[in-house]
Design a protein around this ligand. Structure first.
Ligand code: ADP
Ligand code: ZN
Ligand code: ZN
Length: 815
């Protein structure tokens, strides 16, 4: 007898699999979905492994098969295991990432007659038993619920159990009501030959009656394909009764036909041809193509390329051509984009190059659409799947290429629920398991990615220049405005003189302006309006956060506290201010300063619901507004040729987040904004307003110089032992009682430090506990602990984490 290790869909299963015996006659494969008895319930499980021996003495049997075809390939099974182990998440949560949408449902029990009915003497049965048996025989298959309704729960269970024991009926399980049914549409087609239909139509016409029917018959005779009923009615301009008339005459019939939901509309997309590449592009293509040719699954390190190039340097064209190479080799690809709603142009370009071979997966699709796409992807109908972070789990067969565009984006990390995975790291793991080649593309690579490229873990490919199709559009001019000087000159507006003049001039010339303000979170920091000094923690070098409730400044990393000073510690000025202006306030101010300009605010408050990004973008592109005001959302891949001026209203906001990635964040944001300007032929200008004009990240971004930034940043990371030199794990405890929260956090610290000591681990350190950056969230207080070292995940995996704690491995930030 064989056994299966099954990942069970139950919260108590945690990171474990359970052993089940495989009943004889049932053929079970790895990756298959099965029903298994668990306690007194019947649950869903996925078979992760087949074994000759069970891992426990007593096993129960697998109750049935949910779907005959395995849902997960072997590589995805291994990937799920890795995710669960590394991110310390329940195993089924990791498995569920790879299941078809709408899969998680309850089992329905059916009673039916056996396939080979045996001769039985049923005279000994009770009347009720006979009654149930007859019902089953009559209907072939009966839902157990139906019998329960008729006889009552206990009686129904008792009787069916007796019938089952005698082999008179058998039991099977099916998924509860399918939430995402294939879409069926009523179609109309001829039931007679086309010539007959035309004859009939001519006859009706001659008689001068029933012109509707004649019209409809003519329409149907023009095609051998069934026509959707609604379309037929619209084209023949006829009513339902006309349709009924020809159906009842036996001339046509109505059929339910399964149709595909098409999430991409190919209407208006003209197929495109590969462009002749620039030198840099073709070097990149050659390097990646040769690696595609040598793809192997048995190497332990995947083939990873970092394609580093500014916006407009032709990265997407390289992705397209590498993908074409992969397709030639019989392979397929997955392309991840940071946020699908913001990348319609990228999707269109793939759709134009690979017509009808592009699948789009993202959470805004209806469940039905997601279900359809998943099935079609698994059937190998697409050459490429495009989607946001979860598209990495698409069941794309023959995977040869994974592209992660804008690989530095934070949206690739799932933060809000378990598994808290980083799609980029998952992609690297998947590539290792499948032999696929990975391209990480960015204008501002993540410092950790670049570090790996420098070390030779990844191949570094550079596209140093913008592709300039029609001369013009060089990188824009960047001006840094020192806000301290503005104050000295008596300008108290949030617009510097420079930004104010440039905005007025651009709008007067009928050009467009983007004003950018990145405000995140509710807490605020304190800055001297005279010298720009921001109060920071002496121990952690991160900005202190002001807590309104206690009127205190707090370090969110180590819990250092101090009262709000009356004067600036650096210049002794009394003009110490709380900073925290948002986009709404900015809109108001812009209204006063530029009364003639039409304003459009674009932030997450202004864009809710499907399609509103696109609406907003179309509006602005159609020049229905002069000034676009927004958060970091507007800094993403948009092509806006009329924009000639971009203003960064306060570059210091991301810079002062209490986080070691603040410098990197600032650099990325400013670089992206700079990349927005001057993509058209009009050229462009960028004005950055800051209190810290000498700050390395701002300086480097203004000079379009990634290397300059990277060199500084990697030194800081090294000095302070931050990633990529270490890994972090963040543990957050939340509770309605703040004091209790703090005590629990201190207890955990105690526990962990004892463990570190007793195991003699010397490369792990504990930071905190301290209140989380958002100390109180939805009525609950939050305290956090940071574990920093070589392998915090491996260390934590052996420690039972009490309920109430959330563990985040490789957290994005410490805020
Ligand atoms: P990125 O992805 O780096 O932003 P794109 O691939 O979108 O760059 O290229 C920017 C623009 O240049 C696009 O309009 C694209 O069609 C065009 N382009 C890219 N490569 C070439 C090329 N080899 N020849 C001509 N135009 C190109
Ligand atoms: Zn000062
Ligand atoms: Zn500190």
């Amino acid at each position: 007898m064989g056994y299966a290790e099954v990942s069970v869909n139950s919260p108590v299963a945690q990171r474990q699999t359970f052993s089940y015996a495989i009943p004889s006659g049932l053929s079970i494969e790895v990756g298959q979905a099965v029903w298994i008895p668990f306690g007194d319930k019947l649950l869903q499980g996925i078979v992760l492994e087949l074994t000759d021996y069970p891992s426990v003495e007593e096993t129960r049997e697998i109750a049935g098969i949910i779907e005959p075809r395995p849902l997960l390939s072997l590589s995805r099974v291994l990937l799920a295991r890795w995710i669960s182990e590394y991110y310390l998440s329940p195993l089924f949560n990791a498995v569920a990432l790879m299941l078809p949408p709408g899969f998680e449902r309850k089992a329905l029990t059916y009673i039916s007659t056996p396939q080979a009915p045996t001769e039985h003497d049923i005279s000994s049965l009770t009347e009720e038993q006979k009654h149930v048996l007859r019902l089953v025989q009559r209907q072939g298959k009966v839902n157990l619920k139906q019998i329960e309704k008729a006889l009552g729960f206990r009686q129904a269970r008792l009787i069916t159990a007796q019938l089952l024991r005698q082999g008179l009926v058998v039991k099977s399980y099916e998924l509860e009501r399918v939430k995402a049914k294939p879409k069926k549409v009523r179609h109309l087609l001829l039931a007679v030959k086309a010539s007959e239909a035309l004859e009939e139509a001519a006859k009706l016409r001659e008689q001068g009656k029933a012109t509707g029917q004649a019209c409809l018959l003519k329409l149907l005779s023009q095609t051998t394909q069934p026509v959707p009923l609604s379309e037929a009615r619209r084209r023949a301009n006829c009513s339902t009764s006309v349709v009924q008339a020809i159906v009842s005459k036996g001339l046509a019939e109505i059929k339910e036909i399964e149709v595909r939901r098409e999430p991409i509309s190919y209407r208006g997309i003209t197929p495109s041809e590969p462009l002749p590449l620039t030198n840099h592009q073709s070097l990149a293509l050659k390097a990646i193509s040769s690696s595609l040719l040598q793809m192997t699954t048995n190497s332990t390190s995947p083939n990873v390329f970092l394609l580093h190039g500014v916006t407009g340097s032709g990265k997407t064209e390289v992705y397209l051509q590498v993908l074409a190479e992969a397709v030639k080799l019989g392979k397929r690809g997955i392309v991840l984009v940071p946020e699908i709603a913001l990348t319609p142009q990228t999707i269109e370009r793939f759709a134009a190059r690979f017509p009808h071979k592009v699948a789009v997966l993202h959470s805004k699709l209806s469940l039905g659409e997601q279900f359809d796409e998943w099935q079609r992807i698994r059937n190998g109908e697409f050459e490429v799947v495009i989607g946001s972070r979860s598209a990495i789990f698409a069941p794309q067969p023959d995977l040869g290429l994974i592209v992660i565009d804008e690989e530095h984006e934070w949206t690739y990390k799932q933060q809000d629920k378990s598994p808290r995975y980083q799609a980029r790291d998952v992609a690297l793991k998947l590539a290792e398991l499948t032999g696929a080649v990975v391209i990480l593309g960015s204008a501002t690579p993540d410092v950790e990615t670049f570090y790996h490229a420098q070390r030779g873990d990844y191949h570094l490919l550079q596209l140093p220049e913008r592709v300039v199709p029609n001369e013009g559009s060089p990188l824009p001019k960047v001006e840094i405005v020192d806000l301290r000087e503005e104050l000295k000159a008596g300008n108290r507006s949030i617009f510097s003189r420079s930004l104010s003049q440039a905005t007025a001039k651009a709008t007067a010339n009928n050009e467009q302006v983007i004003l950018f303000l990145n405000r995140r979170g509710g807490a605020t920091f304190i800055q001297c309006r005279n010298c720009g000094f921001v109060l920071g923690c002496k121990r952690c070098e991160v900005a202190l956060t002001y807590h309104f409730d206690e009127d205190t400044l707090v370090c969110h990393q180590c819990n250092y506290r101090m009262p709000v000073p009356q004067t600036c510690p650096r210049c002794l000025s009394r003009r110490i201010k709380f900073l925290g202006i948002g986009t709404q306030k900015l809109e108001q101010e812009a209204g006063y300063s530029f009364p003639r300009a039409r304003l459009l605010r674009w932030d997450s408050d202004a864009t809710r619901g499907k399609g509103s990004h696109q609406t907003m973008l179309n509006k602005f592109r159609a020049h229905e507004a002069d000034i676009l005001i927004g958060t970091q959302m507007i800094a993403k891949g948009l092509d806006l040729p009329l924009v000639t001026l971009v203003g960064v209203v306060n570059a210091d906001i991301s810079l002062n987040l209490p986080d070691f990635r603040a410098g990197e964040r600032t650099f990325q944001l400013i670089s992206q904004v700079v990349g927005r300007a001057g993509r058209g032929t009009l050229g462009g200008q960028v004005i950055i307003q800051t209190y810290s004009p000498e700050y390395y990240a701002i300086q480097a971004a203004a000079k379009h110089n990634y290397t300059l930034f990277y060199q500084q940043e990697i030194n800081y990371r090294h000095e302070l032992c931050n990633p990529p030199f270490t890994h972090l794990a963040r543990l957050v405890y939340s509770h309605t009682n703040d004091a209790l929260c703090q005590r629990e956090a201190e207890r955990m610290r105690q526990r962990l430090s004892e463990e570190i000591e007793s195991q003699g681990i010397d490369n792990l350190s504990l930071i905190g506990p301290a209140p989380a950056f958002i100390h109180k969230l939805r009525g609950r207080f939050r305290w956090q602990l940071i574990l920093r070292g070589t392998e915090p995940s491996a260390f934590l995996s052996q420690i039972p984490i009490p309920p109430g704690w959330v563990v985040d491995i490789d957290p994005l930030g410490l805020t």
